[in-house]
Design a protein around this ligand. Structure first.
Ligand code: CDP
Length: 225
């Protein structure tokens, strides 16, 4: 089988993770979630008691204390490890982390530090990597690039349905506002802003199931569409 690099970028809660996992399974490749890497750095900063919203230099100082990267476990599954321990989804996918992660992600030193760790995963073989700047900056020569979108209402509904990721007492409107704020920061930062690569295929996922979106991507990757 030919090795390929599939990039899936898009705004918050556009359904990238569900689709990227399905695509990786179907292609027999590894799934890399770069958002988890940014969330893990944000979580480490929060643990030190800092407020990532106004601490650019302190955050850069945290980086050398972190040993972060994707590692293959004994069963052949890819696991994100921080300082020798697997990163737990319930710790990084919280409302507290969501509130600060885009502040951490706009810091050039953080992006540069993670870039090397993200690029290293191409050594694993076929990969499906999701994020915000994968097609534009991390893997500009990737064979297949996609940019997933969905309407703000649909994205708010999807995020609202994910328990644990929204604060207690959240409403659909408050979730929509949090997502919109994060997207604004991600689109308007000077370094590696969220945008489609020129050669990315745009997929509007409104009204499509994750399986239908994955079908479109796999058909394209395998040359049927
Ligand atoms: O899952 P969700 O769509 O909420 O977001 P995520 O993929 O977990 O990413 C969390 C945050 O990390 C984003 O809002 C960005 O601020 C940042 N991020 C980034 O800047 N670049 C990436 N390649 C991936 C995530």
């Amino acid at each position: 089988m030919t090795l390929c690099q599939v990039t899936i970028d898009g705004p918050a809660a556009s359904g990238k993770s569900t689709v990227a996992k399905l695509v990786a399974q179907r292609l027999g490749g590894h799934y890399i979630n770069t958002g988890d890497m940014y969330r893990t750095v944000a979580c480490a900063v929060l643990r030190r008691g800092g407020d990532p919203r106004n601490q650019t230099e302190e955050i850069a100082e945290v980086l050398p204390t972190l040993d972060l990267g994707y590692v293959l476990d004994e069963g052949g599954s890819l696991v994100l490890m921080l300082n020798g321990e697997p990163v737990k989804q319930e710790e990084i996918r919280t409302a507290e982390v969501a509130a600060v992660v885009s502040y951490v992600a706009r810091i050039p030193a953080v992006r540069y530090w993670l870039r090397a760790r993200q690029r290293k995963t191409v050594e694993l073989g076929t990969i499906v990597m999701e994020g915000r700047d994968i097609g534009t900056v991390i893997l500009p020569n990737a064979s297949n690039k996609f940019f997933m979108t969905a309407s703000p209402e649909e994205r708010a509904r999807r995020r609202f349905a994910q328990p644990g990721e929204v604060p207690a007492g959240a409403t659909l409107a408050s979730v929509a506002a949090e997502i919109a704020e994060r997207d604004q920061m991600d689109m308007n930062r000077p370094v590696s802003p969220l945008r489609p690569a020129e050669d990315a295929v745009l997929i509007d996922t409104d009204g499509l199931t994750p399986e239908q979106v994955a079908d479109r991507i796999v058909d394209r990757v395998e040359g049927r569409a």
